[in-house]
Design a protein. Structure first.
Length: 141
C-alpha cells in the first residue's frame, strides 16, 4: 500500500505545479492586456481624466449582445464638451495599442465610454468596440 500512495503523490504534485504555472501565466497576461499607459483621454485635442469625463457626463446603461454595459453617454458628452456640430461630425476613437475605428454620429450617439476606457455600441459589430481609449478625434465634415 505505501507504494501506491507514493505513486499518487508523484502524480498530484506535478498537476498542482502545472496548475499554479497556468494561473500565474494567465494573471500576467491579464495584467499586461488591461494596462493603460496614458492617464488621460484627449477629446477634440483637449486632455481629460476619466474622473473629469465622468463628472461631465451622465451615466447610461445599454444592452449589447455581450450583456449590459454602463458608462458615460457619448452623445451627451460631445454636447457638454461644446463640440462644434456634434451630429454632423465623425469620430475616430483611438486605443493605446494603435487600434482605431471611425464612426459617424448615428453610431456614436448610441454608445458609451466605460470607466475602464472602452467604448461599446449596441447592435454593432465588436470591431467597433475600442479598448484602452487614449483619444477621440472629432472630424468635422
Amino acid at each position: 500500500m505505501p507504494a501506491t500512495m507514493i505513486l499518487g503523490k508523484e502524480k498530484i504534485i506535478p498537476i498542482i505545479a502545472i496548475s499554479l504555472l497556468l494561473v500565474g501565466t494567465s494573471s500576467a497576461i491579464y495584467v499586461n492586456e488591461t494596462k493603460i499607459d496614458k492617464e488621460t483621454i484627449a477629446i477634440n485635442g483637449i486632455e481629460y481624466t476619466v474622473d473629469q469625463i465622468f463628472a461631465i457626463g451622465t451615466i447610461k446603461t445599454i444592452t449589447t449582445d455581450d450583456g449590459e454595459k454602463t458608462g458615460i453617454a457619448l452623445d451627451e458628452l460631445m454636447y457638454k464638451l461644446n463640440i462644434n456640430c456634434p451630429d454632423c461630425s465623425s469620430y475616430t476613437i483611438k486605443g493605446s495599442d494603435n487600434y482605431q475605428q471611425t464612426v459617424d454620429w448615428d453610431i456614436l450617439k448610441t454608445g458609451i465610454l466605460t470607466d475602464y476606457r472602452k467604448v461599446f455600441f449596441p447592435d454593432t459589430a465588436h470591431y467597433l468596440w475600442v479598448k484602452n481609449i487614449v483619444e477621440i478625434e472629432v472630424n468635422n465634415k
